[in-house]
Design a protein around this ligand. Sequence first.
Ligand code: G3P
Length: 220
Amino acid sequence: MELFIDTADITEIKRLNSLGIIDGVTTNPSLVLKAGKNFKEVVRDICQIVDGPVSAEVVATDYDGMIREGQELVKIHKNVVVKVPMTPDGIRAIKYFSSHGIKTNCTLVFSANQALLCAKAGATYVSPFIGRLDDIGQTGMDLIDEIRTVYDNYDFQTQILAASIRHPDHVKQCAISGADVATCPPAIIDQLFKHALTDSGLQKFLDDWKKIPEELRRIV
Ligand code: G3P
């Protein structure tokens, strides 16, 4: 499973990308607002940090506007993926982009039927928002399983990019369910490393190592 970072915070992207486990980045207008910088400059900076797909979202809601904005966004960098909302105009735009070799990420997806339309339009990625479904008392992970089944039934090539990730268990469940990508806020990625037994076990190793006479334990 690929791991994307879901933020427009350059500092956090640099920090986590240095670990060598980030495969791409997703942004959206709310994340760009939090970044507080020029949108196209942020996208360009991200593309120069992470060598992978970088989703940048159109804000037009009409077909012609989406096409104009998407064509501008892909000029920023070869790795830009045009993020488009799940609407009739959005699906029409995705069909256009996919027929012109432009990668797309269909966002704000909350049902298997919406995901089916994304695949039929040739979307590169579909972004089901699992956390927002959990937030209203549904089970977001069920949507991942449903989309996985639909896509496998018909060999659709659209990749499932699980989004709106709320905790590390979402990441585990997405990997078990066969999502192609999970896009996570920086704090969730940090939590993936954590386990109390790892911390206590490492401390015990270090404590025991120090009990060895120095002349017997020198490594370098
Ligand atoms: O990429 C979509 C993601 O940022 C949405 O997450 O927490 O706003 O539901 P959230």
